[in-house]
Design a protein around this ligand. Structure first.
Ligand code: NDP
Length: 300
């Protein structure tokens, strides 16, 4: 048996199209343009690529993009002052501070300085609490993207056994809360979990968010399970030439695809959904800020 591929690239394109449609509606009916401010401190090359992609896709969706690039030596107070200005700016509906921040910056203090209503990354402690208590929150983009793919593929998730491997604040924990909210029976596994193989084999839904290349082999996957591979790991690929690398997930795709019912590839699975969900969250934030109906299918 070979699993169905869940095509995150194509699905993300449909999400972006829905976002663009709602942006047109907001402009034509309400004279509003959702705006996303992205703050980058320092010159981390990967972060620069992410920020550039975010800006491009924001504009392609018809929204306003505000980029703030600050030098690596920026002081905490300066960054907090910028956040305060963005919190007060009516044209800005979403604020994202690109992580990681330089070591001298207290990331938690910065993230918690963002107005929770503009916190499109969903990392503010208020949004974390709202999500954990099943209330309306801004939901972190990567787990939101995973949830959208699961709902699209499986429909109703209630009663399904879901195992999330990884308990980080940005992926594992919010993913588990979202699955719980959709009435799945959720297990969170981590580095201290005993007999991880047996835990994974119980899963109708297996979400891997670990950061270890190909650590979950096919024989840990329950036949027919839906596998969402969040991991992005770069490994050497000598078959492509000297010094070449390639991206792989946390799941050993070649063996898992033989067993699973459906699986996300890496690249082209969860990855493209993250920015699409960032755009979706920005539209949602704009609607909430103006007391307007939220777009359907773009929130948790
Ligand atoms: P973290 O490093 O913050 O968390 C990793 C988690 O994996 C921890 O909870 C850790 O457990 C657990 N873990 C580590 N080793 C093992 C093991 N041997 N067995 C079981 N669990 C283990 O990572 P993130 O959550 O930030 O990211 C996870 C992966 O997802 C990365 O590859 C990252 O690149 C990718 N990612 C992809 C995104 C996208 O697609 N857009 C966005 C964000 C992340 P413990 O807590 O016990 O240490």
């Amino acid at each position: 048996m070979s699993a169905t591929l869940i095509d995150g690239k194509a699905f993300a394109a449909t999400i972006r199209a829905k976002v663009a449609e709602h942006v047109r509606h907001l402009r034509d009916e309400h004279g509003l343009t959702p705006g996303l401010a992205v703050v980058l401190v320092g010159e981390d090359p990967a972060s620069q690529v992410y920020v550039r992609n975010k800006g491009t896709q924001t504009e392609e969706a018809g929204m306003a993009s505000f980029e703030h690039r600050l030098p690596v030596e920026t002081a905490q107070e300066e960054l907090l002052a910028l956040i305060a200005r963005l919190n007060a700016a009516p044209a800005v509906h979403g604020i994202l501070v690109q992580l990681p921040l330089p070591g001298h910056i207290d990331a938690a203090e910065v993230l918690n300085a963002i107005d929770p209503a503009k916190d499109v990354d969903g990392f503010h402690i208020s949004n974390v609490g709202l999500l954990a208590t099943g209330q309306k929150a801004m939901v972190p983009c990567t787990p939101l993207g995973c949830l959208m793919m699961l709902r699209d593929h499986l429909g109703d998730l209630s009663g399904l056994d879901a195992v999330v491997v990884g308990r980080s604040n940005i992926v594992g924990k919010p993913m588990a809360h979202l699955l719980l909210r959709d009435s799945a029976t959720v297990t969170i596994a981590h580095s201290r979990t005993r007999d991880l193989a047996a835990v994974c084999r119980r899963a109708d839904i297996l979400v891997a968010a670990v950061g270890r290349p190909q650590m979950i082999p096919g024989d840990w996957v329950k036949p027919g399970a839906t596998v969402i591979d969040v991991g992005i790991n770069r490994i050497p690929a000598p078959e492509r030439g000297e010094g070449k690398t390639r991206l792989v997930g946390d799941v050993d795709f070649d063996s898992a695809v033989q067993v699973a019912g459906a699986i996300t590839p890496v690249p082209g699975g969860v990855g493209p959904m993250t920015i699409a969900c960032l755009l979706a969250n920005t539209v949602t934030a704009c609607c909430r800020a103006h007391g307007l109906a939220e777009p359907e299918g773009l929130t948790a």
